[in-house]
Design a protein around this ligand. Sequence first.
Ligand SMILES: Cc1cc2nc3c(=O)[nH]c(=O)nc-3n(C[C@H](O)[C@H](O)[C@H](O)COP(=O)(O)O)c2cc1C
Length: 150
Amino acid sequence: MKIHVIYGTVGGNTKLVCESAADVWVSAGHEVKFFDVKAPDAEASVDGDILVFASPTYGHGELEPHFEKFLHELGNIDLKNKKCAVVGLGDPKYDKDYHLESIKIISDFLGEKDAVVLHMPLRISKNPLPLIEQNFVKRWAEKILEALKQ
Ligand SMILES: Cc1cc2nc3c(=O)[nH]c(=O)nc-3n(C[C@H](O)[C@H](O)[C@H](O)COP(=O)(O)O)c2cc1C
């Protein structure tokens, strides 16, 4: 299957997390393509069988700004029954009302679009490197593959 990872990042963490997940999907024989929302190509990015939406939280509980713009551009695109997965990054040092809000914003967007969200969103709080090293991200990526079989 074609898995399209649509990501926004400022410091690079989100891309690192998605690359770790992508290793699992590529090993399982899937074709994975990355789409950076700074160079948006909304129509091409949604042309995958599975769409992975990945954004850190910035501002006060907001999406990475390019990601927000990108979702806005997707406004008229039909995502009904499209299989999707959600990755959100944040840091608990921000007020709990703002912590990991990117997950909520993306999930609400996909809910409005009647998309199908596979498994639980991947929540990365604080530094993602230990979670990558401990295979936490890879285990989540495997859950996505399991959800696809159901
Ligand atoms: C200026 C700034 C604002 C942030 N605001 C939030 C926030 O409101 N909520 C949250 O959970 N994390 C917040 N974060 C933490 C980032 O989401 C986190 O560091 C993330 O790993 C960054 O991902 P990136 O390297 O892909 O850009 C903020 C970080 C910075 C630098």
